[in-house]
Design a protein around this ligand. Structure first.
Ligand SMILES: Cc1cc2nc3c(=O)[nH]c(=O)nc-3n(C[C@H](O)[C@H](O)[C@H](O)COP(=O)(O)OP(=O)(O)OC[C@H]3O[C@@H](n4cnc5c(N)ncnc54)[C@H](O)[C@@H]3O)c2cc1C
Ligand code: SF4
Length: 337
């Protein structure tokens, strides 16, 4: 019987799980549907809460997993079918060169998240104005040194598609308060002349150093935080006008902006329900993979032998994804040994 583990998804959660299993003498097949490993981490410029160099951090982890003995990496590859039970799964892997059958003892699902395109939010002019971008697009602009120059005004909008059952999701995406503060700080560091505004409903920053990080955006980088939901972003002669109500003082506010950045929702990975069906495991009402007992077994799926890691279970930051990857690896090793 095989002692291999199949890891689905080559983001930081899957990379960590694969590394941990290999470090403990196990064998791994790591499949990634895209051309490269790294997932969404590889699309970032910097990381909160310490402004780490995202590209360097993720490159180090990718190099480590690529050179780990016992890890076979298959890119452009997905799972086509899965039969069997814990300790003895037969999986069919599909790539451009055809299909290949493998026997594995355990499976770790680390398929990550998808970043919501806020096209339903026509009131924010996303898709109509090139100066209204998502937070993920802002990361790319920062990495390519394309942030606005001179006395630019930049507005960051929280909770786009999250905490909004009318057009988005009821849940909170958990980390956008922190990464929006990161973006405002990045903006101020890249362009000290810039004026930066954040529109928020309330601040949610649960993690070591996150609260202090957001406070530093306000106090050290003079980011102006305005409590209120943005109602409209309109473009007028090349300038954007952001209209909202300041819910602390109850007055309407209007801010002129050169760039508006929408903190869009983190949603389940594309095809999560189909993947869950192939594996025979449960998803939640949104399509995130469901833990059996979230409190005490956060990496156990509804099927023995299949474990979950990272943001395919709920929105989460890098550190939590790494922690889940490590725990999923230890569960797989326990099963194999
Ligand atoms: C704008 C923005 C800024 C952020 N900034 C920070 C920050 O500063 N600090 C921080 O801690 N976190 C930050 N994050 C969160 C961070 O990106 C995530 O925590 C991290 O990417 C989660 O890693 P993951 O491995 O769970 O998922 P992902 O990074 O999504 O990786 C999943 C991988 O699985 C692959 N995959 C999906 N489905 C399949 C399939 N069926 N078969 C094979 N492969 C598949 C995907 O192609 C992808 O490579 C930010 C997120 C966003 C959107
Ligand atoms: S983390 Fe902050 S910005 Fe993101 S959905 Fe939750 S409250 Fe809104």
């Amino acid at each position: 019987m095989s002692k291999k583990t199949l890891v689905i998804g080559g983001g930081i959660a899957g990379i960590t799980a694969a590394q941990k299993i290999a470090q403990n003498g196990g064998e791994v097949i790591l499949i990634e549907k895209e051309a490269e490993l790294g997932g969404n981490f590889a699309k970032l410029a910097f990381t909160f809460p310490v402004l780490g160099d995202a590209k360097a951090l993720v490159a180090k982890e990718i190099d480590a997993v690529k050179s780990a003995a016992g890890v076979e990496i298959l890119t452009y590859t997905t799972l086509q079918s899965c039969q069997g039970s814990a300790g003895d799964f037969t999986v069919e892997l599909k790539s451009a060169s055809g299909t290949r059958s493998e026997n594995v003892a355990a499976i770790i699902v680390a398929a990550g998240f998808h970043y919501m395109e806020p096209t339903a939010y026509t009131e924010y002019s996303y898709g109509r104005s090139k100066n209204v971008v998502t937070s993920l697009e802002f990361e790319k602009m920062a990495a390519e040194n394309r942030l606005p120059q001179g006395k630019a005004r930049v507005v960051f909008v929280h909770c786009v598609g999250s905490r909004d059952k009318a057009k988005g999701y009821r849940y909170c995406s958990k980390i956008c308060c922190s990464y929006s503060a990161k973006h405002a700080i990045m903006m101020k560091k890249a362009n000290p002349q810039s004026l930066n505004y954040v529109f928020y409903i309330d601040i949610r920053a649960l993690g070591k150093g996150y609260e202090e990080f957001i406070r530093s955006a306000m106090e050290e980088y003079n980011v102006r935080y305005i409590r209120g939901r943005v109602a409209k972003v309109i473009e007028n002669e090349g300038k954007l006008i952001v209209r909202a109500e300041d819910s602390l003082i109850g007055n309407p506010v209007e801010v002129e902006a050169d760039l508006v950045v929408l903190a869009s929702a983190m949603e389940p990975p594309e095809g999560s329900r189909e993947l869950a069906q192939v594996l025979g495991i449960a998803t939640d009402e949104y399509g995130f993979f469901q833990e059996t007992e979230a409190n005490v077994r956060p990496v156990n799926s509804s099927k023995p032998g299949i474990f979950l890691a990272g943001s395919c279970t709920q929105p989460m930051e890098i550190a939590a994804s790494v922690a889940m990857g490590g725990l999923a690896a230890s569960e797989a090793l326990t099963l194999i040994k």
